[in-house]
Design a protein around this ligand. Structure first.
Ligand code: MLT
Ligand code: MN
Ligand code: ZN
Length: 306
């Protein structure tokens, strides 16, 4: 299985257009070793030819244009190697890119009922895009882990939903009151080898199922949004804790590093990293702490083979 990291940043990316925090300023002015990062999205394939896009970020146009693997058009004047789309939630940073894909519709889009509800009401991209070549072809997925589902146009992979504890977007009727399906992670199994990747860009607490996934996976792409739970408050950018937004911190006893330390996973990779997170500065002690713990930081353009 092949994984292409299209966007490794959280909402806003790095540098965020209006942000002058140490990381954003240091990245913009090239005074710190902080890489630019676009917003959260990955693509997965079993043959490097047919790809499923997982989440469609506001930066999707730039991400595709920077990824030759996603260009092929099968001999047609227009076309794409993206055969299907899966949405893990209805957040802006995971769904706004659907609008940008309008020239290439119809495309099958797999999402849960509550994500479809948000995207038909509060942020109505499904009804809007009906006006473009048949629009987004919604394919319903459930919230139970078994039996998993396959997606159109991408052979050899099975996707198992993993209900995650996180939050719904501010415009969702499920904000601060989530139900199963507002946020799913995905266990992606390569049918030929049986190996799996666990993708969870937003997770506030590890359920038994999440722990089970970490136990089984060869690669974990896990929520690395914030270093500290009160990072956004400390820096004066928000009055909400990371945990209220649906993200566990990277550091501390309830953090991602402590969690991942418990498992013997070939590749432990943090993804969906917010621009305020000190791990983004490659000269920081926070970044060194990850390396010392065998944890990698996803970057745009990163390719992973499992
Ligand atoms: C999140 O992951 O918590 C959201 O994407 C934040 C946002 O919408 O900016
Ligand atoms: Mn996000
Ligand atoms: Zn910033």
């Amino acid at each position: 299985m092949y994984i292409l990291i299209l966007g490794s940043g959280a909402g806003g990316g790095v540098p965020q257009w209006n942000c002058h925090c140490d990381n954003c300023a240091g990245c913009r002015n090239k005074t710190l070793p902080v890489r630019e990062r676009t917003q959260s999205s990955i693509a997965v394939s079993s043959n490097r030819k047919d790809w499923v896009l997982i989440n469609a970020s506001p930066d999707i146009r730039q991400q595709i244009n920077q990824s030759p693997l996603l260009w092929p058009a099968d001999g047609q004047q227009r076309g794409t190697a993206i055969k299907s789309i899966i949405l893990t939630d209805s957040q802006i940073d995971h769904t706004t890119g659907l609008l940008t894909l309008r020239e290439g519709l119809p495309l099958p889009v797999y999402c849960t009922d509550v994500v479809y509800e948000d995207l038909s009401t509060a942020f109505p991209v499904f009804p809007m895009l009906k006006h473009w070549h048949g629009g987004l072809q919604r394919r319903a997925i459930g919230t139970t882990h078994e039996p998993g589902f396959q997606v159109e146009g991408v052979a050899g992979l099975t996707f198992h939903p993993v209900v995650l504890e996180s939050n719904a977007p501010p415009y969702s009727k499920y904000r601060d009151n989530i139900v199963d399906g507002n946020n799913i992670g995905l266990q992606i199994v390569d049918n030929a080898t049986g190996k799996s990747v666990f993708y969870a860009p937003g997770c506030v607490q590890a359920s038994d199922l999440v722990k089970n996934m970490l136990e089984q996976s060869s690669c974990a792409l896990f929520d690395g949004t914030l270093w500290l739970d009160d990072e956004m408050i400390q820096k004066g950018f928000s009055n909400r804790l990371g945990s209220q937004m649906g993200h566990m911190p990277v550091n501390g006893p309830d953090g991602t590093v402590a969690l991942l330390q418990e498992y013997d996973i070939e590749r432990k990779i943090l993804i969906h990293i917010n621009n305020t997170n000190p791990v983004l500065d490659e000269s920081s002690t926070a970044n060194a702490y990850l390396r010392d713990n065998g944890i990698e930081l996803a970057y745009d353009g990163m390719q992973i083979t499992i």
